[in-house]
Ligand binder design. Structure first.
Ligand code: NYM
Ligand code: MG
Length: 212
């Protein structure tokens, strides 16, 4: 890990149900941070650009069928393959705004009925987010927002189960954001929390590992 006095970028993750507004909020946050002169990059998981990401993408679009545990491990491997670059970026002082991470990994697989702790196990030891912003919205309101896309998991019944699984993951690094507010009001709440954690990390807050 990093020594306690070392300045670094913050590891910020946005989580939430499909249609909770994560992608727009990530984009707005990134341009805000860059305008403030803060070095930041936007990442997302799954990272569909890698070989593993390609397999995941085919699964999500239903052009490939995979066993539930197998695809769970692919999502995890997709984070591991990016983890050394992720840590290097943080150490170099770049703040990372990440659209989904291990918390999605556990919530979506456990929602299928896989054992919760089994779902957590493959991500043990990955860098942990300094701040998880949970964009909170009811599954019904999310579903009413212009409907879902055509991908696997994008249906009301499944999203209700995902919401319950997310609740079990919440810890002291989580901040729940009311995602039913306007885009600008949600962004305002996000920025306040993000600037605080960026300050802490620049003052040397230690990087933690999952699942501590
Ligand atoms: N998803 C995402 C998982 O099932 N496991 C994971 O580890 C991650 C990172 O992929 N419905 C699911 C959640 C989404 C889907 O993500 C694709 P997005 O952000 O909609 O492109
Ligand atoms: Mg989606």
């Amino acid at each position: 890990g990093l020594s306690a006095s070392e300045s670094r970028g913050a590891f910020i993750v946005l989580e939430g149900l499909d249609r909770s507004g994560k992608s727009s909020q990530c984009a707005n946050l990134l341009s805000f941070l860059n305008k403030q002169g803060i070095a930041a990059e936007a990442w997302r998981f799954p990272d569909r650009s890698t070989g593993i990401g390609n397999m995941i993408s085919s699964y999500l679009s239903s052009s490939a069928d995979l066993d539930d545990r197998t695809v769970h491990l692919l999502f995890s491997a997709n984070r591991w393959e990016k983890s050394s670059l992720l840590e290097t970026k943080l150490r170099e002082g770049t703040t990372l705004v990440v659209d989904r991470y291990s918390y999605s990994g556990v919530a979506f697989s456990a929602a299928k009925g896989l054992d919760f702790n089994w779902c957590k196990a493959p991500d043990e030891g990955l860098p942990a987010a300094d701040l998880v912003l949970y964009l909170n919205i009811s599954p019904e309101i999310a579903a009413a927002r212009g409907g879902y896309g055509a991908e696997r998991y994008e249906n009301l019944n499944f999203q209700k189960k995902v919401a319950n699984c997310y609740k079990r993951l919440q810890d002291s690094t989580w901040k729940t954001i009311d995602a039913t507010k306007s885009i600008d009001d949600v962004q305002e709440d996000i920025r306040k929390a993000v600037l605080l954690v960026i300050a802490k990390c620049s003052q040397g807050q230690e990087l933690h590992r999952l699942w501590s």
